[in-house]
Design a protein around this ligand. Structure first.
Ligand code: TYM
Length: 322
Protein backbone atom coordinates (compact mmCIF):
# COMPACT_ATOMS: atom_id res chain seq x y z
CA UNK A 1 0.00 0.00 0.00
CA UNK A 2 1.24 3.50 -0.78
CA UNK A 3 2.23 5.79 2.05
CA UNK A 4 0.07 8.76 2.96
CA UNK A 5 1.12 12.40 2.61
CA UNK A 6 -0.83 15.22 4.27
CA UNK A 7 -0.20 18.97 4.20
CA UNK A 8 -1.97 22.29 3.85
CA UNK A 9 -1.56 26.00 3.35
CA UNK A 10 -3.50 28.78 5.10
CA UNK A 11 -5.56 31.02 2.79
CA UNK A 12 -4.33 34.27 4.31
CA UNK A 13 -3.10 36.07 1.18
CA UNK A 14 -0.77 35.82 -1.79
CA UNK A 15 1.40 32.71 -2.00
CA UNK A 16 5.11 33.46 -2.23
CA UNK A 17 8.36 31.75 -3.18
CA UNK A 18 8.81 30.60 0.45
CA UNK A 19 5.51 28.69 0.35
CA UNK A 20 6.43 27.24 -3.01
CA UNK A 21 9.96 26.02 -2.30
CA UNK A 22 9.28 25.12 1.34
CA UNK A 23 6.05 23.22 0.73
CA UNK A 24 4.06 23.43 -2.49
CA UNK A 25 6.83 22.21 -4.80
CA UNK A 26 7.23 19.15 -2.59
CA UNK A 27 3.49 18.43 -2.84
CA UNK A 28 3.84 18.42 -6.62
CA UNK A 29 7.10 16.45 -6.71
CA UNK A 30 5.74 13.77 -4.37
CA UNK A 31 2.23 13.37 -5.80
CA UNK A 32 3.17 10.30 -7.86
CA UNK A 33 4.82 8.58 -4.95
CA UNK A 34 2.31 9.12 -2.13
CA UNK A 35 -1.44 9.02 -1.59
CA UNK A 36 -1.85 12.71 -0.90
CA UNK A 37 -4.33 14.88 0.97
CA UNK A 38 -3.56 18.51 0.21
CA UNK A 39 -5.90 21.10 1.62
CA UNK A 40 -6.68 24.76 2.11
CA UNK A 41 -6.47 25.38 5.86
CA UNK A 42 -9.46 27.73 6.08
CA UNK A 43 -10.32 26.92 9.71
CA UNK A 44 -6.76 27.92 10.61
CA UNK A 45 -7.11 31.17 8.64
CA UNK A 46 -9.92 32.25 11.00
CA UNK A 47 -7.34 33.13 13.62
CA UNK A 48 -6.53 36.21 11.50
CA UNK A 49 -9.29 36.71 8.90
CA UNK A 50 -12.77 37.75 9.91
CA UNK A 51 -14.21 39.17 6.66
CA UNK A 52 -16.41 36.86 4.61
CA UNK A 53 -15.44 38.29 1.21
CA UNK A 54 -11.73 38.18 1.98
CA UNK A 55 -11.84 34.58 3.15
CA UNK A 56 -13.90 33.46 0.14
CA UNK A 57 -11.54 35.19 -2.27
CA UNK A 58 -8.44 33.78 -0.56
CA UNK A 59 -9.81 30.23 -0.58
CA UNK A 60 -10.54 30.24 -4.30
CA UNK A 61 -7.20 31.92 -4.99
CA UNK A 62 -5.21 29.27 -3.13
CA UNK A 63 -7.14 26.49 -4.88
CA UNK A 64 -6.26 28.15 -8.19
CA UNK A 65 -2.62 28.49 -7.10
CA UNK A 66 -2.40 24.80 -6.16
CA UNK A 67 -3.67 23.78 -9.59
CA UNK A 68 -1.47 26.27 -11.44
CA UNK A 69 1.60 25.05 -9.55
CA UNK A 70 0.97 21.54 -10.84
CA UNK A 71 -1.15 19.69 -8.27
CA UNK A 72 -3.01 17.05 -10.26
CA UNK A 73 -6.51 16.57 -8.81
CA UNK A 74 -6.67 13.11 -10.35
CA UNK A 75 -3.76 12.02 -8.18
CA UNK A 76 -4.30 14.14 -5.06
CA UNK A 77 -7.32 14.67 -2.80
CA UNK A 78 -7.42 18.45 -3.03
CA UNK A 79 -10.00 20.00 -0.71
CA UNK A 80 -10.79 22.68 1.79
CA UNK A 81 -10.37 21.84 5.44
CA UNK A 82 -13.79 23.13 6.50
CA UNK A 83 -15.48 20.56 4.24
CA UNK A 84 -14.20 17.97 6.74
CA UNK A 85 -15.72 19.18 10.03
CA UNK A 86 -14.54 15.95 11.70
CA UNK A 87 -11.19 17.68 12.26
CA UNK A 88 -12.77 20.12 14.70
CA UNK A 89 -14.34 17.24 16.65
CA UNK A 90 -10.99 15.48 16.88
CA UNK A 91 -9.36 18.78 17.88
CA UNK A 92 -11.74 19.01 20.86
CA UNK A 93 -10.89 15.49 21.92
CA UNK A 94 -7.17 16.28 21.64
CA UNK A 95 -7.72 19.48 23.66
CA UNK A 96 -8.88 17.32 26.52
CA UNK A 97 -5.71 15.20 26.63
CA UNK A 98 -3.25 18.09 26.15
CA UNK A 99 -2.03 20.32 28.97
CA UNK A 100 -1.86 24.12 28.82
CA UNK A 101 1.87 24.28 29.75
CA UNK A 102 2.68 21.91 26.88
CA UNK A 103 0.94 24.12 24.30
CA UNK A 104 2.42 27.26 25.83
CA UNK A 105 5.81 26.09 24.64
CA UNK A 106 4.79 26.43 20.96
CA UNK A 107 6.95 29.03 19.14
CA UNK A 108 4.00 30.30 17.11
CA UNK A 109 2.02 31.01 20.27
CA UNK A 110 4.96 32.64 22.04
CA UNK A 111 5.67 34.88 19.01
CA UNK A 112 2.01 35.89 18.69
CA UNK A 113 1.77 36.54 22.42
CA UNK A 114 4.84 38.76 22.34
CA UNK A 115 3.26 40.87 19.59
CA UNK A 116 -0.40 40.90 20.52
CA UNK A 117 -1.94 41.00 23.96
CA UNK A 118 -5.45 40.39 22.59
CA UNK A 119 -4.44 37.02 21.21
CA UNK A 120 -7.38 34.70 20.47
CA UNK A 121 -7.83 31.15 21.76
CA UNK A 122 -7.58 29.87 18.17
CA UNK A 123 -3.95 30.96 17.99
CA UNK A 124 -3.21 29.05 21.19
CA UNK A 125 -5.08 25.98 20.01
CA UNK A 126 -3.71 26.10 16.47
CA UNK A 127 -1.32 23.09 16.80
CA UNK A 128 -4.14 20.90 18.10
CA UNK A 129 -6.23 21.46 14.98
CA UNK A 130 -3.13 20.75 12.91
CA UNK A 131 -2.71 17.47 14.78
CA UNK A 132 -6.28 16.55 13.82
CA UNK A 133 -5.59 17.41 10.14
CA UNK A 134 -2.58 15.12 10.16
CA UNK A 135 -3.67 12.24 12.40
CA UNK A 136 -7.20 11.55 11.15
CA UNK A 137 -6.06 10.61 7.63
CA UNK A 138 -3.17 8.57 9.14
CA UNK A 139 -0.37 10.58 7.55
CA UNK A 140 3.05 8.98 7.20
CA UNK A 141 4.71 12.17 6.02
CA UNK A 142 4.05 15.90 6.26
CA UNK A 143 6.06 18.06 3.84
CA UNK A 144 6.49 21.55 5.32
CA UNK A 145 8.94 24.40 5.80
CA UNK A 146 11.05 24.57 8.95
CA UNK A 147 8.64 26.94 10.72
CA UNK A 148 6.12 24.07 10.95
CA UNK A 149 8.57 21.51 12.38
CA UNK A 150 7.49 22.00 15.96
CA UNK A 151 3.84 21.61 14.99
CA UNK A 152 4.56 18.17 13.57
CA UNK A 153 6.46 17.27 16.75
CA UNK A 154 3.46 18.37 18.84
CA UNK A 155 1.28 16.21 16.59
CA UNK A 156 3.45 13.18 17.30
CA UNK A 157 3.26 13.84 21.05
CA UNK A 158 -0.52 14.07 20.90
CA UNK A 159 -0.72 10.82 18.92
CA UNK A 160 1.49 9.06 21.46
CA UNK A 161 -0.56 10.34 24.36
CA UNK A 162 -3.86 9.31 22.76
CA UNK A 163 -2.45 5.86 21.98
CA UNK A 164 -1.25 5.51 25.55
CA UNK A 165 -4.62 6.40 27.05
CA UNK A 166 -6.99 4.72 24.61
CA UNK A 167 -4.88 2.08 22.86
CA UNK A 168 -3.06 2.06 19.52
CA UNK A 169 -5.05 4.32 17.19
CA UNK A 170 -2.82 6.85 15.41
CA UNK A 171 0.29 6.56 13.27
CA UNK A 172 3.22 8.81 14.17
CA UNK A 173 3.88 11.12 11.20
CA UNK A 174 7.29 12.40 10.07
CA UNK A 175 7.92 15.87 8.68
CA UNK A 176 9.68 16.18 5.32
CA UNK A 177 11.76 19.35 5.47
CA UNK A 178 14.25 19.95 2.66
CA UNK A 179 17.48 21.40 4.00
CA UNK A 180 18.16 23.70 1.02
CA UNK A 181 14.72 25.32 1.13
CA UNK A 182 13.65 24.94 4.77
CA UNK A 183 13.65 28.71 5.32
CA UNK A 184 13.50 30.79 2.14
CA UNK A 185 14.66 34.35 2.85
CA UNK A 186 12.58 37.38 1.90
CA UNK A 187 13.86 40.55 0.24
CA UNK A 188 15.07 41.88 3.62
CA UNK A 189 16.91 38.65 4.52
CA UNK A 190 14.44 37.55 7.21
CA UNK A 191 12.24 34.50 6.58
CA UNK A 192 9.98 35.25 3.61
CA UNK A 193 6.58 35.85 5.16
CA UNK A 194 3.38 37.70 4.33
CA UNK A 195 3.41 39.24 7.78
CA UNK A 196 6.88 40.77 7.26
CA UNK A 197 5.92 42.34 3.91
CA UNK A 198 9.11 40.95 2.35
CA UNK A 199 7.70 38.52 -0.20
CA UNK A 200 8.17 37.76 -3.87
CA UNK A 201 4.74 36.50 -4.97
CA UNK A 202 4.75 33.08 -6.64
CA UNK A 203 2.58 34.37 -9.49
CA UNK A 204 4.11 37.85 -9.64
CA UNK A 205 3.73 39.91 -12.80
CA UNK A 206 6.91 41.08 -14.54
CA UNK A 207 6.50 44.50 -12.91
CA UNK A 208 6.06 42.96 -9.45
CA UNK A 209 9.18 40.83 -9.97
CA UNK A 210 11.22 43.90 -10.95
CA UNK A 211 9.95 45.91 -8.00
CA UNK A 212 10.57 43.15 -5.44
CA UNK A 213 14.03 42.22 -6.73
CA UNK A 214 15.13 45.84 -6.93
CA UNK A 215 14.20 46.19 -3.22
CA UNK A 216 16.36 43.24 -2.11
CA UNK A 217 18.68 44.43 0.64
CA UNK A 218 22.40 44.61 -0.18
CA UNK A 219 25.51 45.85 1.61
CA UNK A 220 27.85 48.59 0.42
CA UNK A 221 30.51 46.46 -1.31
CA UNK A 222 31.83 47.95 -4.56
CA UNK A 223 30.73 46.26 -7.82
CA UNK A 224 34.05 44.59 -8.58
CA UNK A 225 34.74 43.48 -5.00
CA UNK A 226 34.74 39.67 -4.51
CA UNK A 227 31.65 38.47 -2.61
CA UNK A 228 30.68 35.34 -0.73
CA UNK A 229 27.46 34.36 -2.57
CA UNK A 230 26.07 32.59 0.51
CA UNK A 231 25.99 35.96 2.31
CA UNK A 232 24.12 37.75 -0.47
CA UNK A 233 20.30 37.67 -0.37
CA UNK A 234 20.06 38.09 -4.15
CA UNK A 235 22.00 34.87 -4.59
CA UNK A 236 20.14 32.99 -1.83
CA UNK A 237 16.92 33.62 -3.76
CA UNK A 238 18.50 33.08 -7.18
CA UNK A 239 19.89 29.64 -6.33
CA UNK A 240 16.34 28.35 -5.77
CA UNK A 241 15.71 28.46 -9.51
CA UNK A 242 19.16 27.53 -10.87
CA UNK A 243 20.30 24.11 -12.02
CA UNK A 244 23.67 22.81 -10.91
CA UNK A 245 25.60 24.13 -13.87
CA UNK A 246 24.00 27.60 -13.78
CA UNK A 247 24.56 27.72 -10.04
CA UNK A 248 28.27 27.03 -10.42
CA UNK A 249 28.56 29.78 -13.01
CA UNK A 250 26.73 32.38 -10.91
CA UNK A 251 28.70 31.52 -7.78
CA UNK A 252 31.87 32.10 -9.79
CA UNK A 253 30.61 35.52 -10.84
CA UNK A 254 30.05 36.53 -7.20
CA UNK A 255 33.43 35.22 -6.14
CA UNK A 256 35.27 37.15 -8.83
CA UNK A 257 33.12 40.26 -8.25
CA UNK A 258 29.69 41.08 -9.70
CA UNK A 259 27.86 44.34 -9.06
CA UNK A 260 24.56 44.05 -7.21
CA UNK A 261 22.75 45.85 -10.04
CA UNK A 262 23.88 43.22 -12.54
CA UNK A 263 23.14 40.38 -10.08
CA UNK A 264 19.60 41.74 -9.66
CA UNK A 265 19.10 42.04 -13.42
CA UNK A 266 20.11 38.40 -13.87
CA UNK A 267 17.73 37.32 -11.10
CA UNK A 268 14.88 39.34 -12.64
CA UNK A 269 15.44 37.69 -16.02
CA UNK A 270 15.48 34.17 -14.55
CA UNK A 271 12.52 34.76 -12.23
CA UNK A 272 10.46 36.05 -15.15
CA UNK A 273 11.07 32.88 -17.14
CA UNK A 274 10.48 30.70 -14.09
CA UNK A 275 7.17 32.31 -13.13
CA UNK A 276 5.68 33.01 -16.58
CA UNK A 277 4.52 29.44 -17.45
CA UNK A 278 2.88 29.01 -14.04
CA UNK A 279 1.21 32.41 -14.31
CA UNK A 280 -0.16 31.46 -17.73
CA UNK A 281 -1.42 28.11 -16.43
CA UNK A 282 -3.09 30.00 -13.60
CA UNK A 283 -5.07 32.08 -16.10
CA UNK A 284 -6.90 28.94 -17.22
CA UNK A 285 -8.09 28.18 -13.68
CA UNK A 286 -8.93 31.84 -12.96
CA UNK A 287 -11.31 31.67 -15.93
CA UNK A 288 -12.85 28.38 -14.76
CA UNK A 289 -13.81 28.91 -11.10
CA UNK A 290 -16.68 26.41 -11.35
CA UNK A 291 -14.22 23.68 -12.32
CA UNK A 292 -12.03 24.63 -9.36
CA UNK A 293 -14.99 24.39 -6.97
CA UNK A 294 -16.00 21.00 -8.40
CA UNK A 295 -12.44 19.72 -7.87
CA UNK A 296 -12.54 20.82 -4.21
CA UNK A 297 -15.90 19.15 -3.62
CA UNK A 298 -14.75 15.90 -5.20
CA UNK A 299 -11.48 15.96 -3.22
CA UNK A 300 -13.39 16.54 0.02
CA UNK A 301 -15.72 13.65 -0.68
CA UNK A 302 -12.79 11.27 -1.15
CA UNK A 303 -10.87 12.56 1.87
CA UNK A 304 -13.99 12.45 4.05
CA UNK A 305 -14.51 8.76 3.45
CA UNK A 306 -11.30 7.65 5.16
CA UNK A 307 -11.40 10.45 7.75
CA UNK A 308 -14.93 9.70 8.98
CA UNK A 309 -13.98 6.03 9.28
CA UNK A 310 -11.07 7.01 11.52
CA UNK A 311 -13.33 9.38 13.47
CA UNK A 312 -15.70 6.51 14.10
CA UNK A 313 -12.82 4.45 15.48
CA UNK A 314 -11.89 7.37 17.77
CA UNK A 315 -15.47 7.76 19.05
CA UNK A 316 -15.51 4.06 19.73
CA UNK A 317 -12.20 4.14 21.61
CA UNK A 318 -13.21 7.04 23.85
CA UNK A 319 -16.62 5.58 24.72
CA UNK A 320 -19.05 7.54 22.58
CA UNK A 321 -20.38 4.80 20.30
CA UNK A 322 -23.03 3.03 22.33
P1 TYM B 1 1.42 28.48 6.10
O1 TYM B 1 0.18 28.73 5.32
O2 TYM B 1 1.92 29.53 6.99
O3 TYM B 1 2.58 28.06 5.13
C1 TYM B 1 2.41 27.06 4.15
C2 TYM B 1 3.70 26.27 3.99
O4 TYM B 1 4.74 27.14 3.51
C3 TYM B 1 5.89 26.99 4.32
N1 TYM B 1 6.64 28.25 4.35
C4 TYM B 1 7.96 28.37 4.12
N2 TYM B 1 8.90 27.46 3.84
C5 TYM B 1 10.18 27.90 3.64
N3 TYM B 1 10.53 29.21 3.72
C6 TYM B 1 9.60 30.17 4.01
N4 TYM B 1 9.97 31.44 4.06
C7 TYM B 1 8.25 29.76 4.24
N5 TYM B 1 7.12 30.42 4.54
C8 TYM B 1 6.14 29.48 4.62
C9 TYM B 1 5.36 26.60 5.69
O5 TYM B 1 6.34 25.97 6.46
C10 TYM B 1 4.22 25.68 5.30
O6 TYM B 1 4.68 24.36 5.07
N6 TYM B 1 -0.06 25.66 9.85
C11 TYM B 1 0.19 25.60 8.45
C12 TYM B 1 -1.00 25.09 7.63
C13 TYM B 1 -1.52 23.77 8.09
C14 TYM B 1 -0.86 22.52 7.95
C15 TYM B 1 -1.73 21.56 8.54
C16 TYM B 1 0.35 22.14 7.40
C17 TYM B 1 -2.70 23.56 8.74
N7 TYM B 1 -2.83 22.23 8.99
C18 TYM B 1 -1.41 20.20 8.56
C19 TYM B 1 0.69 20.75 7.44
C20 TYM B 1 -0.19 19.82 7.99
C21 TYM B 1 0.52 27.03 8.00
O7 TYM B 1 0.06 27.97 8.55
O8 TYM B 1 1.27 27.11 6.91
Amino acid sequence: MRKKLVSGIKPTGTLHLGNYFGALKQFVDLQNEYDSNIFIADFHALTTIQEKEVLEKNIINIATDYLAAGIDPNKVNLFKQSDIPEVTQAAWIFNCITTMPFLMRAHSFKDAEAKDKEINVGVFDYPILMAADILLPSADVVPVGKDQKQHVEITRDIAEKFNRIYGETFKLPKPIILEETETVPGIDGRKMSKSYGNIIPLFATDEEIEKAVMSIRTDSKAPDEPKNPDEVIIYQIHKLILNEEEDKKIRGRYESGIGYKEAKDLLIKDLKSFIKPMREKREYWVNNPQKVKRILKKGAKKAKKEISKKMDEVRNKIGMNL
